[in-house]
Design a protein around this ligand. Structure first.
Ligand code: NDP
Ligand code: 8X3
Length: 255
């Protein structure tokens, strides 16, 4: 049965989608477990949301590439909050725009370890608590890059095709339990994503020039809406793009 105040764990809550989801779900009365490597950011956000909404917020350091870090984060969150109902496996990144044969190991490993291994480690650690609660929802944050590959994106796209596969597998694996599984798959959204990917703030700004991209809040609203639907309704997959982006490659830029 749906709890009055679902307890939601969000990885990558120090920025972008994760931060926006935390704000949006706190306003709905959800209690939160917020994690990222930049722990000072999630702690500041937690303080703000506790004061603004009177919800319980656990904030912890987590590096989703490392099993011990994820396990400790989840254990401490459950100890603090008492349970877990919703997992948002959001932490992720693109690193570089290299052609496949140029991709440095550093970027390859960052994307595979965060976007694939980190998601498995997060769900693996947190799902037993959701199953124990008997009501829950797992959100994967995929991408349009998981539906359509593009040049310079071979590894990133492969990881997001992988996220789509994980969502499909998990939905089959928990069938028969009251656990919904959704992949929210956005197109271009202005967050720190391009700054991280391109390692150059001017180049990152140019990505969105002449376009009105999605905001982090737009994506947070997709998660909020999906979560608030009646318990028997599962949105399997939600592809959401700004109106200027017709496909991964097809972006209209206004003069
Ligand atoms: P941001 O760069 O703004 O946020 C990424 C978040 O992930 C940060 O909070 C970062 O925190 C966290 N993170 C990265 N690596 C790790 C790690 N090893 N352990 C823990 N946390 C980590 O980007 P977005 O909000 O845009 O990205 C969120 C998700 O959305 C990603 O999975 C991305 O692939 C996906 N996405 C983004 C799109 C976009 O256009 N923006 C479109 C489609 C999907 P910290 O550095 O503090 O650890
Ligand atoms: C991020 C969207 O198109 O930059 O996942 O790969 S895109």
């Amino acid at each position: 049965m749906r709890p009055e105040h679902p307890i939601v764990l969000i990885t990558g809550a120090s920025s972008g989608f994760g931060e926006a989801m935390a704000r949006t779900l706190a306003a709905e009365g959800c209690h939160l477990a917020l994690g990222a490597r930049r722990v000072e950011r999630v702690q500041a956000l937690a303080d703000e949301l506790r004061k603004a909404h009177g919800v319980k917020v656990f904030a912890g350091a987590v590096d989703t590439r490392h099993t011990a870090s994820v396990d400790t984060f989840v254990t401490e969150a459950v100890k603090d909050l008492g349970a877990l109902h919703v997992i948002v496996a959001n932490a992720g990144l693109a690193s570089g725009t290299f052609k496949m044969w140029e991709t440095p190991d550093e970027d390859l490993e960052a994307m595979v370890r965060t976007n694939i291994e980190g998601v498995v480690k997060t769900v693996r650690a947190a799902l037993p608590h959701v199953r124990k609660a008997g009501w829950g929802h797992v959100f994967f944050i995929g991408s349009v890059a998981g539906h359509q590959a593009y040049e310079g994106g071979s590894v990133y796209c492969a990881t997001k095709f992988g996220v789509k596969a994980m969502a499909q597998s998990l939905r089959l694996e928990v069938n028969g339990e009251q656990i919904r599984v959704t992949s929210v798959d956005p197109g271009m959204a202005e967050t720190e994503f391009s700054n991280v990917r391109l390692k150059d703030d001017d180049k990152a700004a140019a990505v969105y020039q002449g376009v009105k991209p999605l905001s982090a809040q737009d994506v947070a609203e997709c998660v909020r809406w999906t979560l608030m639907l009646p318990d028997h309704v599962n949105i399997d997959q939600m592809i959401v793009k700004c109106v200027d982006q017709a496909a991964a490659h097809k972006v209209h830029r206004h003069a």
